[in-house]
Design a protein around this ligand. Structure first.
Ligand SMILES: [Zn+2]
Ligand SMILES: [Zn+2]
Length: 153
């Protein structure tokens, strides 16, 4: 079977240095390490990113990683994923594609799903109270196949 070279290209082709330069943030090895950790594991908590980055930069402080994640979020390279009931904030690369999330209610695993209709705001409330709707942030509460198999659902 011939492998489809287009599969997964988005993440593998991610160039942290280029992404930093594009926003005018100073390119540092710490920022690159955090960005690459984020590209490799979407929807990561800062704790997880810190653990990953520590393998490359031993002794880097958790607070430093927090600061970098905030800088990246302010610059739009990263975005915070708002999920109900998540024990800590999760982050992913900012894509501005109005995608949504499927979250397993048992194990907490999170998957991306494309925007339901292809463009923000995706959903319109039946009554908008006079507000202009920018986007809908939808979390589909679900049960993943592993949890289903284990009978936890
Ligand atoms: Zn699950
Ligand atoms: Zn996502």
């Amino acid at each position: 079977m011939i492998p489809d070279v287009h599969d997964g290209v988005r993440d593998e082709a991610f160039d942290a240095t280029q992404a930093l330069r594009a926003t005018g943030l100073r390119v540092t090895s710490q920022r690159i390490a955090v960005l690459e950790a984020l590209a490799g594991r979407p929807h990561a908590a800062v704790d997880e990113l810190h653990a990953a980055v520590s393998e490359q930069i031993p002794g880097i402080a958790l607070q430093t990683v927090h600061g970098i994640v905030n800088d990246l979020t302010d610059a739009g390279i990263a975005q915070r994923v708002s999920l109900p009931g998540a024990p800590s904030a999760l982050y992913e690369l900012g894509r501005n594609d109005n995608h949504h999330h499927l979250q397993c209610v048992v194990c907490g695993k999170v998957e991306d799903v494309p925007c339901v209709v292809g463009a923000a705001p995706c959903l319109h409330p039946s009554h908008d109270h006079g507000m202009r709707v920018l986007e809908a942030s939808v979390t589909f509460r679900a049960i993943c196949p592993e949890c289903e198999r284990n009978g936890n659902g």
